[in-house]
Ligand binder design. Structure first.
Ligand code: PLP
Length: 467
C-alpha cells in the first residue's frame, strides 16, 4: 500500500514512512492511494471476534509489508492491554435503538487513546528496528496531548513536546500533561488558542532543516495511522448491531475531523453506514459548510466542550481531496484560500459532501440540556463533547429502525465542572487515577512564536544528545 499527499506534490511513501513523517513535505496529508474493500463476507466474519482480532483484519490491508502478521498482532495486543474494559470500546444502550460507543476506557479517559496507544507501539517497533531517534511534537486542544504523553512517556529514542493552549484546557486535561515525571516529556503552554498551536506545529514541519535536524515526527490526527486506528471501532460497533446485514448510523462529535473521517473510511471500505452525522459545538464551521457551501473562519469561542474548539480542521483536507477527485492542485488552492479566511466549495463538491454527511450544531445551552436529558433518562453522566453528539443525533435521527450510535469521546470526569453544572452531580475520576490532583506539575510557557518554540525544543534535544 502506497500513500499519496493531498496536495499532490510530495513523494509517495509506504505505510511506515508516511506514519513517521506525519505531514507531507508539500504541506499536505497522506492518504492511501486506493481504498481497500472488505467484502460482505469479510465484514460478517468480524462478528464475535475480540477487538484486537477485528483491528488486525481491518488494518492489515493498509499496512502492506511494513510489519509482518506476527509483529502487527503483537503491536495491537500491547496497544489495548492497558484499557480498563475487557471489550475495549463497549456499546451501551440508551434508547430503543440508540447507543453510546464508549471510547474512553483507555489510560487518559478519552478516545484519543485508541489511536495513540497503537501509535506508541507502532513507533516503538519501527524505531527499535532502525535505531533512529525522533522528536515528537504535537498540538492539542486537551486530549491528544495527554494521550500522546501517555503513549510515549519513558520510551527510548523519543522526546515528546506537547503544545497546549494556556488556560483553555480543563484542569484534569492539564494535569494529565504536566504531571508525568519522565524526562522525555515536555508540556508547553502556548499563549494562544488551539488553532495557533496547530499552526505553529505546521510551521515546525514546514521548516525542513529543523525537521530533519531533530528528527521531527507528528502524532496529531494529520498522522494517517491515527485515522486508521479509529476506523476499527466503526466496524466492531456496526457488526455488533447487525452489519453488514443491516445499515447503522453514527454521530460523531467533531473538531479536527479525524474521528468522523475514520467513519468515512469505513464506509469506503464497504461498511454499510447509513448516516454519518457531524456534530459541532458553537464553533460550527463544518456545520456551516454543509449548510451553505462556504468554508469560512469566524473566530473560535471557548466552549464547555473544549476539545472541539477548532476552526482549522486539519483532516477536512483529506475529505476535500476526495470531494475534488483527488486533484492535489485543487486542494492546495483551497488551503491557500483558507489561510486568507475561507473558500467556497464547487457545486459538485458540495453535492458530494452532502451525500456523505449530515450535520448539526449544539449551542452551549443545547449541550447542557443534552447532558441533563441523558442523566434524567438513563442515569448516565456524559461528557460535554458526547452531549453535542446526543443533541445532533436527536435532530438528525432519520429512520428510527436504523441503529444510531453516538461516539462517547471522553469520560465525564475529564470535564466535571460542565457536567456538575448541568446535572448537579459531580463525576468522579476512576479510582486508579484519583491522586491526579495531588501530583506535582511541570510546564514550560512559550510565546505564540515558532522561533521561541524551536528554541525550547532545540535546547532539550541537544541536552539529550549530549548525555
Ligand atoms: C479530540 C476530541 C474530539 C474531536 O475529535 P476530532 O477527531 O478532532 O474531530 C471530540 N471529543 C473529545 C473528547 C476529543 O478529545
Amino acid at each position: 500500500m502506497q500513500y499519496v499527499s493531498t496536495r499532490g506534490a510530495a513523494p509517495k511513501l509506504g505505510f511506515e514512512e508516511a506514519m513517521l513523517a506525519g505531514l507531507a513535505r508539500d504541506g499536505g496529508l497522506y492518504v492511501p492511494e486506493t481504498w481497500p474493500r472488505m467484502s460482505e463476507a469479510e465484514i460478517a466474519a468480524l462478528a464475535g471476534l475480540s477487538y484486537e482480532e477485528a483491528a488486525f483484519r481491518v488494518m492489515r490491508p493498509f499496512i502492506g509489508d511494513a510489519f509482518t502478521d506476527r509483529e502487527l498482532e503483537g503491536i495491537i495486543g500491547r496497544a489495548y492491554a492497558g484499557f480498563r474494559h475487557a471489550a475495549r470500546v463497549p456499546l451501551r444502550q440508551t434508547g430503543p435503538n440508540d447507543w453510546l460507543l464508549e471510547l474512553f476506557h483507555g489510560p487518559t479517559l478519552a478516545f484519543k487513546d485508541v489511536a495513540m496507544q497503537l501509535i506508541g507501539q507502532l513507533f516503538e517497533a519501527s524505531l527499535a528496528r532502525s535505531g533512529r531517534r525522533i522528536t515528537i511534537v504535537g498540538a492539542t486542544s486537551g486530549d491528544t496531548g495527554s494521550a500522546a504523553i501517555e503513549a510515549f512517556r519513558g520510551r527510548a529514542g523519543v522526546e515528546v513536546f506537547i503544545l497546549f493552549p494556556d488556560g483553555r484546557v480543563s484542569e484534569v486535561q492539564r494535569r494529565q500533561m504536566t504531571t508525568p515525571a519522565e524526562a522525555n516529556v515536555h508540556a508547553l503552554a502556548i499563549a494562544g488558542d488551539f488553532d495557533d498551536a496547530q499552526a505553529r506545529l505546521k510551521d515546525l514541519f514546514n521548516d525542513h532543516a529543523f525537521r530533519d535536524g531533530v528528527g521531527l515526527a507528528g502524532v496529531n490526527s494529520i498522522n494517517w495511522a491515527r485515522v486508521l486506528a479509529q476506523t476499527v471501532y466503526y466496524f466492531t460497533a456496526a457488526v455488533a448491531l447487525g452489519a453488514p446485514h443491516r445499515p447503522v448510523s453514527f454521530t460523531v462529535p467533531t473538531g479536527n475531523f479525524g474521528d468522523v473521517f475514520a467513519g468515512y473510511v469505513a464506509r469506503r471500505m464497504g461498511l454499510p453506514i447509513e448516516r454519518l452525522v457531524i456534530a459541532t459545538n458553537q464553533n460550527d464551521i463544518l456545520h456551516r459548510t454543509l449548510e451553505t457551501g462556504a468554508h469560512r473562519r469566524a473566530g473560535v469561542r471557548a466552549s464547555i466542550s473544549p476539545s472541539m474548539d477548532i476552526e482549522v480542521s486539519s483532516n477536512f483536507e483529506r475529505l476535500l481531496f476526495e470531494l475534488y477527485d483527488r486533484e492535489g492542485a485543487a486542494v492546495a488552492g483551497l488551503m491557500g484560500e483558507l489561510a486568507g479566511g475561507g473558500f467556497e466549495l464547487s457545486q459538485g463538491a458540495l453535492g458530494r459532501l452532502r451525500a456523505e454527511f449530515d450535520s448539526a450544531r449544539a449551542s452551549e445551552e443545547e449541550t447542557r440540556a443534552a447532558i441533563a436529558a441523558a442523566w434524567a433518562a438513563t442515569g448516565e453522566l456524559v461528557c460535554p463533547h458526547t452531549a453535542t453528539g446526543l443533541h445532533a443525533a436527536r435532530v438528525r435521527r432519520g429512520d428510527p429502525r436504523v441503529p444510531m450510535v453516538v461516539l462517547a469521546t471522553a469520560h465525564p470526569a475529564k470535564f466535571p465542572d460542565a457536567v456538575e453544572a448541568a446535572t448537579g452531580e459531580r463525576p468522579a475520576l476512576p479510582g486508579w487515577m484519583a491522586d491526579l490532583m495531588a501530583r506535582p506539575e511541570r510546564v514550560t510557557r512559550v510565546a505564540n512564536d515558532v522561533a521561541a518554540i524551536k528554541d525550547v525544543i532545540g535546547r532539550a534535544t541537544v541536552g539529550e544528545g549530549a548525555r
